[in-house]
Design a protein around this ligand. Structure first.
Ligand code: FAD
Length: 195
């Protein structure tokens, strides 16, 4: 029985695509002819794209690597922001109803340190002003998560972003999923409560 020519074409394309994916996933790539950057000097030799590249293939920039078919370069300000807010809101979600004196001190210090060391100077400087105008409130889980939501909204407004409804903050940000609440901060889990 003769096969449909289109079907044969799709099959061939599928095989080529599979082959390319298999090969690329084995390599860490860098632009042809470039020398390794200082940070890659001690790593295993990198393989160039020469035998696989086509005239319009994407030449990776120094420091860029291929991970599961996606190129990943330096972190952007937006990615850093999202990751940091995720960290902070998750911390607030786990912050105890009755924090210890040390925990209250720690979150205040953390915010102060963030306003000095956050690796985007423009953001750090702005955040310093934000926390000066809105001193950290960390007397309880509710207080801290609402304060954080508020200051995140101050940043949102300054960037022309939508303001988040803070009454929904507990629904948006939950505690970290760990078996038997093993990731909870001291004072938040049933085990600590039983002590
Ligand atoms: P993000 O603002 O990163 O928010 C991530 C998620 O949090 C959202 O998708 C939403 O589900 C949720 N969310 C949004 N608002 C709230 C809220 N109020 N409460 C609870 N959850 C909320 N970028 C600049 O360009 N300039 C700056 O000066 C600047 N300052 C920053 C200061 C700090 C301390 C941080 C952590 C980040 C700063 N950023 C700044 C980055 C910026 O805030 C965003 O993270 C970035 O623009 C990506 O925005 P996004 O729209 O993906 O959502």
């Amino acid at each position: 029985m003769s096969e449909n020519p289109l079907q044969l074409l799709f099959q061939a394309f599928g095989k080529v695509s599979e082959c390319v994916q298999t090969h690329l996933s084995q390599f860490v790539l860098r632009p042809i002819g470039s020398s390794p950057s200082p940070s890659t000097k001690n790593q295993s030799p990198l393989v160039s794209l020469s035998s696989h590249s086509t005239p319009d293939s994407h030449l990776l920039q120094p420091g860029e690597i291929l991970i599961k078919g996606k190129s990943s370069g330096p972190t952007t300000k937006e990615e850093l922001g999202r990751a940091t807010w995720t960290f902070l809101h998750t911390l607030a979600a786990q912050y105890p109803d009755k924090p210890t004196r040390q925990q209250k001190k720690d979150v205040k210090e953390l915010m102060a340190i963030l306003s000095r060391l956050y690796p985007c100077k423009e953001c750090a400087d702005h955040f310093k002003e934000v926390i000066r105008a809105n001193p950290v409130e960390a007397g309880s889980h509710h207080e801290f998560s609402q304060w954080l939501c508020h200051v995140h909204n101050v940043v949102n407004r300054s960037l022309g972003k939508v303001v988040f409804p803070c009454e929904r903050v507990d629904a948006r940000w939950g505690k970290l999923e760990c078996e038997q609440r093993a990731c909870d901060l001291h004072g938040t889990s049933i085990f600590n409560g039983a002590k």
